[in-house]
Design a protein around this ligand. Sequence first.
Ligand code: WT7
Length: 656
Amino acid sequence: MSQSTIESILQEKRLFDPPTEFAKSARIKSMAEYQQLYDRAAADPQAFWAELAAQELHWFKPWDTVLDWRPPFAKWFVGGKINLSYNCLDRHLTTWRRNKAALIWEGEPGDTRTLTYAQLHREVCQIANVLKDLGVKKGDRVGIYMPMIPEAAIAMLACARIGAPHTVVFGGFSAEALRDRLVDAQAKLVITADGGFRKDKTVPLKEAVDQALVNNGAPSVENVLVVERTRQTIHMEPGRDHWWHARQAEASADCPAEPMDSEDMLFILYTSGTTGKPKGVVHTTGGYNLYAHITLKWALDIQDTDVYWCTADVGWITGHSYIVYGPLSNGATSLMYEGAPRPSNPGCFWDVVEKYGVNIFYTAPTAIRAFIKMGEHLPKARDLSSLRLLGTVGEPINPEAWMWYHEVIGGGRCPIVDTWWQTETGGFMITPLPGAIATKPGSATRPFPGILADVVDLDGNSVADNEGGYLVIKHPWPSMMRTVYGDDDRFRRTYWEHIPPQEGQYFYFAGDGARRDEDGYFWVMGRIDDVLTVAGHRLGTMEIESALVSHPAVAEAAVVGRKDEVKGEDVFAFVTLEGSYTPNTELKEALKQHVVKEIGALARPGEIRFADALPKTRSGKIIRRFLRNLASGEELVGDASTMEDQSVLEKLREGA
Ligand code: WT7
């Protein structure tokens, strides 16, 4: 975050009480009610979660042990048998919700589809049978690389139904990035589409899958299931590639949900860290189901009459928990939209809100800043009066954007629910409960009941009010990540060793800096590690550096974030070249393209600066702090005396 954003957050004193009318019919109606839940959960977390698990979910068999905690490894509802697809579908079929809209979908070209719970159940069962026919068994991993179409949700639910953990790869990732993930997860089958519509163009998804699999690139993959979406020309490899619709037409709609162990792996989702390749975050079944369910119910206050729209992509954790699993587990109506604001239709989001009478809208600060830039006239020209709650996620929201969201989109009447959480946490961790907790622009407010959050120093001691520190969680929660897929050691190192345990107290280290104010409100300040948040997407600087260095022209690369008005941060790369290459504009462009090829367009550097050398300490470590200063054109902050070669900085500045 930029200095000015931090300052405006520090000075932020506005307080917005829950609107009276809203609170009256909210799930959690008052601060007293929140406090009571919070205190009860803090006093006995296991009893609290066990009571909710019994009340909110269907279990084929109850658990024997609520929590088995062998730090840093947790197991929840041990011995319990459960199926997430059953909780999202079957259990609603015997109620009036059978014919309620489960998914409302709008495609970018304007085609639409609505699936009731009964219809969705039928299609999920059919695809689950298709997967079985193609040899997918309980425990086998399935890659999903799809546009935002109902089939993406159907694919996920079909996997959950037969106990095949999915790994969804965002459709904006390149073939190379897809291959890395398929290889790491040892996926047996990939579900994709011929292509997807994105900003009036088509994205060649199947072609990327072909590239990922070429030369036996991901040898574990035996079959590819292809949805017909764009009808672009694609290659179908005989024996390997199968059309979804052809297979579905032949499949039985009878497929009982497999009773899964509560701790059976539900999915792997890759996310960027500070070192090495993206890590596979592992989530398991029972705890995740409960947590996605109850956080959506209490924090976004989802109710039976709501049309709820989360604008994320299913390729991110937000899409997993809050487009698919959370809403469907609650029997809610979840809207999926394939499109994005684009020059030909910048107001498309507001058209969707008006057309479907959206009541709850959940998006990201980067989108809100883009809306501000596009102008008030777009939302003002539509009827947005159906909205009753607005949510945000992904990065700290600057108070200006918060106020604009509140006034222009929410008409001043909708609570703003700023949810702090991570891929690793599975669901909201710090968030207002909108009928109970007064909001402050820029603060995610208070921990969800059962979440023991704190701001501490590196010894694990709580810091004083309004002092900066590290955001940690001090008690396991049901949807915490279980491990890094195939790498328990990395899990331990990344999350549990930054702050060493103190007398049996373990600290989950989130990687974010934060402070807590005198009212107990949390203000998350952003990543304190080498992780960037670019337009809400999480990227590791190391990952982009590795991509750059894999180009023959590049000797060394250092990547930092530079403040960007809309994206929050932009990728800024400093590059030194191999001897035989000379810096020029074509090479810059080629390097940007190379990053797109290696990772995806989301990682494309906004700027590349060529340098003779990078600033390093005497022990050879790149001093990123200086590079960050240089990238944003600021004065250098800190002491340059530890630097090996002082002239390097001067040259870098001249290079600007
Ligand atoms: C990182 C996690 C959780 C889904 C989206 C991102 C940042 C997320 C907030 C918020 C301040 C936030 C943090 C966090 N972040 N939400 N409301 N306020 N920061 O998931 O890709 O796993 O990224 O996003 O830095 O650590 P993710």
